[in-house]
Write a protein that binds this ligand. Sequence first.
Ligand code: AMP
Ligand code: ZN
Length: 468
Amino acid sequence: MLKFRNTLSGQVEEFRPMREGEVSLYYCGPTVWDFGHIGNFRSMLATDLLSRYLRYQGYSVTHVMNITDVEDRIIALSQKAGVTIDEYTAKYIDALWQDADDLGVNRPDIVPRATRHITEMVELIEQLRERGHAYESEGSVYYRITSFPEYGKLSKINFAGNIAGASERVDTDKYEKEDARDFALWKAAESPDEPAWDTRLGRGRPGWHIECSAMSMKYLGQSFDIHAGGIDLIFPHHENEIAQSEGATGVVPFARYWIHYEHLKVNGESMSKSKGNYYTFRDLVEQGFAPVAVRYFLLSVPYSKQLNFTFEALRGAEKAVLGLRDFHARLTEVRTEPGSDPQLHEAAARALKEFEGGLDDDLNTSVAFAAIHNLAREVNTAIACHTLREENKRELLELLARFDSVLNIFGSQQEAVMLDAEVQTLIDERQEARRRRDFARADEIRQELAAQGITLEDTKDGVRWKRR
Ligand code: AMP
Ligand code: ZN
C-alpha cells in the first residue's frame, strides 16, 4: 500500500483514491519564460515517478500538468524581443518537450496552457465575487483573505504574525488592496500595448494562482486526488489555490492529498534562475553527460529529501547507470541451461519486495535503486559462475522490465543512449584503427558515433568529443 506525506495533514498517510482504481493527479508545471533548470526537472521527474508507480500498481491515472505561458517575465521579455507572448513561449515549450523526452518523462495526459483557459478563469473569479470572496479595485480583482477563515491550513502559517518573507513568492502586487495579504485574481491592463484579454471583468490578464484552480478543476473536477509541486509552492501558491477553489465551489477538499518535493540545491541553496546558481539540462548534455545519468541522479534521492548538485555526484550516477545497463545487457545475452536455481529465484522475489517496499514507503527511490543494485551483484556473480538457469533468466528479465516501467533507466536496445564509457571504448578503437591505417574502420566508427549524436574533434592533445 502506497504511503506518502500529505502536506495538508502533515502526516505520512496511506493513499486511497476517491474512485476505486482511478487517480486524478495535478502537477504545477513550468513557467515557460526560459529553458527549465534541472531543479524544475527534479520536480517533473518526481511526478513522473509517482504517476508511473501508481500505474504500476494498477491504477488508471489522469495526469494533468499545466504550462504557465503568461506572467510578468514572459510579458517583459516578449516585449523586449518585439514578439507576441505566444511567439516568445513557443521556443521554450518546444525545448521543454525535447528535454522531457530525453529525460524519459512520460507525457502527462493533459497539458493545459493558461492562455487557452481565460474564459474558465473569468468564470471562477465571477463565482468568487458572487460569494463575497473577491472585490474589484481600480479595474483589478482581488481575493479577500478575511472571507476564508481556513486560510493557512496547508502551509500552517500563523497569519496573526508577519507573513512577508515567509516565501520568495509572496505576492508583490502594487495595486490598491483592502488588506496587504489579499492577492490579485485579475490584473487590469496598465498600458494599451500590454498583452491582455477583453473580458466581462474588463481588459486585463489573470493572476498566477487562479490559473491552476481553473485548469485543475476543469480537467479533474471540483475535488480530486493528488496535487503536486515543488516545496516552494506551498505558500502562497497552493494556499491561494485552496482559498480560490473551495471559496468558489464550497466543495471541500479541493485536493485530497498534497505532495511537495524538496528542492535541488547547490551549495546549500535552492537552484534557481534568480540566484544564477543553476544548470539547465542542456548545459549538462552539452558537457557530455548522458540524459539517463541526469534522470538517475535526479531520482536517486527520494523527493522528501533535499538533493545537492555536484558534478562528482552526477558522474557517480552515470557510473551507477552504466553498471545497471551492463548487467541488463549481460543478462539478455547470457546462454543458459534449462531449469531454475532456487537461490536466484529467491533473490528475484527479495528484490521485488524491497523495490515495492521502498516505493510504498513515501516513494523512497534510494531503497528501490539499492534493491536493483543488490540483485545485479548477485546475478552477475551467478552469470560468472554459470549457475544462472533458463527459468531464472526469463524471470529476471521480466522483473527488470517491471522495475523499468517505473524507473525507465534501462532503455530499449534501439533507443539506448550511449554512455560515456561506451563512447570512449569506440574512440579508442578508432584510434587503434587509424594506427593500423584502417581508415575505413575509423570512418565507420566516426559515423556510428555521429548517428548517436556524438561529434569528434581531433586536437593535438587527442580526441575530444561532444554530444549534440
Ligand atoms: P516554475 O517554472 O518556476 O513555475 O517551476 C516549475 C516547477 O519546478 C514547480 O513545481 C516548482 O516548485 C519546481 N522547482 C523550482 N525550483 C526547484 C528546485 N530548485 N528543485 C526542485 N523543484 C523546483
Ligand atoms: Zn500551480
